[in-house]
Design a protein around this ligand. Sequence first.
Ligand SMILES: [Zn+2]
Length: 480
Amino acid sequence: MLTPCLLALCLSIVTIDTPDERLEGALAASDAFLAKARAELDTISLAIWQDAELSLAESTSSERLASWLEKNGFEVARGVAGLQTAFQATWQQGDGGPTIGLLVEYDALPGLSQQAISRQQPRADTDNGHGCGHNLLGVGAAAAAVAARHAMEATGMAGRLEVFGCPAEERGIGKVFMARQGLFDHLDAALHWHPGDRNVVSDQVWLALNSVKFRFRGRSAHAAANPDAGRSALDAVEIMNVAVNYLREHVPETSRIHYVVTNGGKAPNVVPDLAEVWYFIRAPRRDQVEDIYRRVVQCAQAGALATETEVEIALQTALHDILPNTVLGDVLFRHLDRVGAPEYDDSSEKLAREIAETLPAASERALAHQVHRILQAPVFPASTDVGDVSYCVPTAGLQTATWTPGTPYHSWQAVAQSGSPHGLIAMHAAARALAGCTLELLVSPEVLNLAKVELRERTGGRPYRCGVPDDVPLADVLDR
Ligand SMILES: [Zn+2]
């Protein structure tokens, strides 16, 4: 006969789930929460789409997400890393367990005002638009965290969830300065997603970037009567640009250098005493950007030397390339595959097809219905501040088809679809996959260890060093 004590022990053994069963239960709870919250999430996303607030002015959008997370049990610290519209929301259960971070963005773009319709038509109330779909991005990632919280409660999983409200992605500022302050260092992994035209987890590299303004100061004079007394700041800009254009031949082919003259003087009859040129320098690796940057600075100094002007160098921001993490990407893909392609309704397909008709090179005319895992891909010629996070901790991201194939980022078509039902449908698919991956990682310490080993191998063990030096205050950067 069993003693009561032994009987209790046996009963407890029988009721313990296997790790797989526990994860299955958690995934079911997560999916159930997201299904129930669907209408509320759509409302928040469309409100942020409507806000269309620019980088560092995303106070309403940021607050919508922060207060929703708070309402759902997260503890929220606002204004982290000295950025008013940044936040860090945390929720924990039990002692120990991994810490998983989810990255959230919410800024819009200037000059992209657009209604959620299939022809180009700006809104009357704003000049801005969500041309990168960050209204979907922010809500999708925050929803994943809250869904994971519910699943953890339902199954008793231990661990910590952190949601990072990252402002000003479009200016490459938020995550760079959050990373410089070490905000991501304690994470075991970071997950993110981005709207797009495919359902994919890719190990693609994005370009590292330095954004920098060169401001030349000379001496004004009458351009006809006293040109000898003047020293032209514009001449310095032009000499610098010529030098940089010769430099192009001698940099890696995959690098990109582009500039705009933001101040070239006011009138032809005044020798300009002030001129400014703004450069973006990009390359697949951070060290390549730093080398090209050094040489571009020399071109600026050459312009100043030749014209007897002074040059001030105002670094705006510096982004790392995205460092893929295959171990983490494989787990994330498993969950994207589990969720499958978004299930669009007929009216969504119709709107997407109409928008596809407005695109110059759309070979496919419907929304994407497959999911892909891409391990080897050409470098993606754009940059994001997610790169900095990927050098701090193992990081992986996915994309779901919020837009019809061929939709360019930062276009009116992207704005329209980010405020449309098919954008929201794809946002929900992203949230489910991110939440699923988060839950699997919480019960897979060995996978997290392998992901960290991969990070160390890819960086050669070198710790993250922010491209914006510590002695450059954030206030200076925001001011120039
Ligand atoms: Zn974006």
